[in-house]
Design a protein around this ligand. Structure first.
Ligand SMILES: [Ca+2]
Length: 346
């Protein structure tokens, strides 16, 4: 059927390439209609078992549509590995400046929340700055369409099915309205880019209005980000790590894998590629120096070394809090950019 329609389309002179693509997309959606409806019926059963009300299901489920572009975006999500230098350009003077503006505008609330959750204010500002450019990125995809399509599509079906059920529960609990549930292409909600399960487990209704408002920078966003770090073991008497200078050849000689019997901080055990944790005193003895070439701090914190780009004598010694940031997004480059932006915001 689809082939024949496409052929017809090809034969009709006025069809532009775009019209053809639309036709194909329409056809693909049609093809999936029956299985997709069966999938939604199965979701309805699971949601009912979870205690989600019929009213919520009647409101949300019939309006869910297949969102082809979410699948395309998901498949094209590049596993592209950028250089540190390029990636860290997102810690730009503009972003630093806007972080300072955020602190000027919301500083009182950020400091209050920071004290409650024992997380230094600059890290809250930096995460908001990197996740959604301080809430200015357009985050406008329909969450239910996105997660239902990705759950149906299969590549990470089970994961997104869990997110779909969590999203239904958010609406059922009145924490957000269906119309508010706007996300990225990957189904991450609002300014802090929380998954629906994050919203249920970690987000905070800080102003206690019964609603979790993740769609503008305010008390709920600020407290939710702080609670995320708190939940994953943040230590407020430490920082994330620091940029360092490596001795000549250090990028090869110092990047040691974890040896047998060596134990990284508990929080960091899932990140084996960080390599060995050593005390700052050991790193000092091995010739690592601070960014300006001076001695490392005397507090003997356990730290792992990220060597950065080849041919660059810059590296990073990271402490256990670095692993809390990795829980937000498990990429060294991401966690480094949070730390560096936080320090630059000050
Ligand atoms: Ca609220």
């Amino acid at each position: 059927m689809r082939v024949r329609l496409l052929l017809l389309a090809l034969l009709s002179a006025p069809f532009s390439g775009q019209a053809l693509a639309q036709e194909a997309a329409h056809e693909a959606a049609q093809d999936d209609a029956a299985p997709f409806q069966a999938f939604l019926a199965e979701v309805r059963t699971a949601a009912t078992e979870r205690g989600i009300s019929a009213t919520t299901l009647d409101t949300v489920l019939p309006s869910i549509r297949i969102h082809r572009r979410a699948v395309e975006a998901d498949r094209s999500q590049a596993e592209f590995v950028d250089t540190y230098e390029n990636y860290l350009r997102r810690v730009s003077p503009r972003r630093i400046e806007r972080g300072r503006q955020l602190m000027a505008e919301h500083g009182e609330m950020i400091r209050r929340v920071a004290a409650d959750y024992r997380v230094q204010p600059r890290f809250i500002a930096a995460i908001i700055g990197l996740e959604s450019d301080y809430g200015t990125y357009p985050i406008s995809e329909p969450l239910f369409d996105v997660v239902a399509t990705l759950a149906f599509d299969g590549r990470r079906g089970a994961q997104f099915r869990a997110q779909l059920l969590a999203a239904l529960e958010i609406v059922d609990k009145g924490l957000a309205t269906p119309a508010e549930m706007k996300s990225s292409w990957a189904g991450a909600l609002g300014v802090p880019q929380f998954t629906p399960t994050n919203v249920l487990e970690i987000a905070v209704d800080y102003d206690k209005d019964g609603h979790i408002d993740l769609w503008k920078v305010g008390p709920d966003v600020i407290a939710s980000v702080a609670n995320y770090l708190r939940r994953f073991g943040w230590e407020s008497d430490q920082t994330w790590g620091r940029e360092v200078t490596l001795p000549p050849g250090g990028e090869d000689t110092l990047a040691a894998p974890m040896s047998e019997g060596e134990s990284p901080p508990r929080l960091c055990r899932s990140y084996e590629s960080l390599g060995a944790f050593r005390g700052l005193r050991d790193w000092q003895e091995l010739g690592v120096r601070d960014k300006e070439g001076g001695d490392l701090p005397t507090r003997n914190l356990p730290a792992a070394l990220i060597v950065g780009d080849r041919g660059d004598d810059r590296g990073y010694l990271v402490y256990r809090n670095f692993c809390s940031i990795m829980r937000y997004n498990p990429a060294f480059r991401y966690a480094l950019s949070v730390g560096l932006l936080a320090d630059a915001i000050g």
